[in-house]
Design a binder for this molecule. Sequence first.
Ligand code: SF4
Ligand code: SF4
Length: 278
Amino acid sequence: MSRYSILIDVTKCNGCYNCFLACRDEYYGNDYLPYSAAQPLNDNFWLKMKEIERGTYPKPKLSYIPTPCMNCETAPCIDAAKNGAVYRREDGIVIIDPEKAKGQERIVNACPYRVIYWNEEKQIPQKCTFCAHRLDEGVKLPRCVESCPTGAMVFGDLDDPQSEIAQLTVKLSVEDYHPEFETKPLVKYVGIPKRFVAGEVVFRGQEGECAPGVSVKLSGGDLDLETVTDLFGDFEFEGLESYGSYKVTVSADGYESKDIEIKMFKDVNLGEIVLEPR
Ligand code: SF4
Ligand code: SF4
C-alpha cells in the first residue's frame, strides 16, 4: 500500500503558474480513460491557484496556494457519488470515473475545496487525478510537480519512510489546508500565510528619514518576538494568528519608547511610528 501525496511549500511558490499551465497542457483535449476525459477549454482548473492578497499599500503581500485535489482520506465526493462513480485507488488517489459519473452534478458540490469542475459539454464532473495515467506508465511525477522551477512541490509516497516527502513531513512543520473541513487531506502544506504586522519607525525631528536598527518587540498569546528595523526603518512580524491581541513596543536609545496595542482580525500596517527624544 502507498499513499501518494504532494507537499506544497507556499513560501517557495512565486506564482509563475507553470504548474497550472502544465496541467492545462496535459489534459486539455486529451482523454486518459479510465481516469479522465479531456478537459474543456474554459472554466476547468484542476490545479487551482488561490491568490491571497494581504495587507494594504504600502505594505501589500501576495501569496499563492496551488490547490490540486487533496485526495482526502475522508472524501465527501466519494460519499456523494452513486454507482461507485468516485473511488479511491490503492495508492490513495481519488478518481472520478468519467463513464459512471455522467450526469452526477451533485459530486461537484460535495467537495469543500471546490476543486471539482462540471464539464457542460460532456455532462461530467472532473478534477485532478495526480496524473494517475503517468504514474501507471512509470513516470515518477505529475506534470505540475515536474514543471515547478522552484521546488515548491514535492511528490511521493507518505508511507515510504525513505521517500523525500515522508522525511520532509517529519522534519518540517506541515499543515492541512482548511483543517476545519475535517476530510483528512493527503496533500500537505508548509507556510500557509498567516497574519502580519508591519510598520515604519522615524525619529522626531527627522521625520521622513529612516530609523534603522531600532528594537521592536511583539508580545501576546504564546509569542514573545523581537526584531530590529531595517535600513529603511521598516519592520515586520509574520505568522500571527488571525484573532490574537498583541502589544508592539518600539524603543531606541535617547528616545521615549512607544507601546501599541493591536487586536488582529486582518493584517495590520501600523504606518509611521514617530519616536520622541527624551
Ligand atoms: S479535495 Fe475534493 S475532490 Fe479531492 S478527494 Fe477531497 S473532496 Fe474529493
Ligand atoms: S510551478 Fe511552482 S512556483 Fe510556479 S506557481 Fe506552481 S507551485 Fe508556484
